[in-house]
Design a binder for this molecule. Sequence first.
Ligand code: C5P
Length: 230
Amino acid sequence: PNFFALIPAAGSGSRMGDELPKQFLPLAGKPMIYYTLRALCASPRISCVFVVLAPHDGEWMRHDWSEFSGKLIVLECGGATRAESVLNGLKSARVTSSISDNDWVLVHDAARPCLGKAQLEKLMDELADDEVGGLLAVPVADTLKRSDTGNRVERTESRDKLWQAQTPQMFRYGLLVEALSRTGGIGMTDDAGAIEALGLRPRLILSDARNLKVTYPADLSLAELILRNL
Ligand code: C5P
């Protein structure tokens, strides 16, 4: 089977409080998604990287992507939710390229620009013969508090056995399309959730905290620091 990557990059990034969607926010002089693409395109095992943009994205064309021209395919078919963007992207990827149900797809958030080579290769190594597929993840390090009212603690939740899901998440093309089509991705914030809804159990591949998701403004400077030392 071949390995493909798909990057959903059609979000509006409302939590950043910025006009520019967060995947295009500047990070050490380049749009954030530049580093995300660079990480995936650098792997010799990944034959093609699909980027899913919002249909009326106005930002992508402002930048030069020729560095990735051998591997990169742009699809302008983003949807209202991440799951919809991924499913639309998977379907149009098959129109532009020959992909079989058995091929692996690595879905990776544009907003995780600090993916390291070692983590990416480990994910592919450890899952290549897996029945289901899986994802990079880290055990929860902080103490978890539940608050039903928003600012007062109801109780402390045990962090024992809890993991934080990262991306890439790697599944067979056919299985992922089926999972996302059946569930519609409703209430799901990652791809593994749709696979779990089919009754399957994705494998957790130990990653590290450097592969952070840029969500809030403070994450930007942290990401810059990590990139400088990657
Ligand atoms: O908003 P959040 O951080 O969960 O977004 C994760 C990833 O999903 C981002 O790369 C974002 O661009 C993408 N996304 C998308 N289509 C949407 C919403 C989010 O491709 N409708």
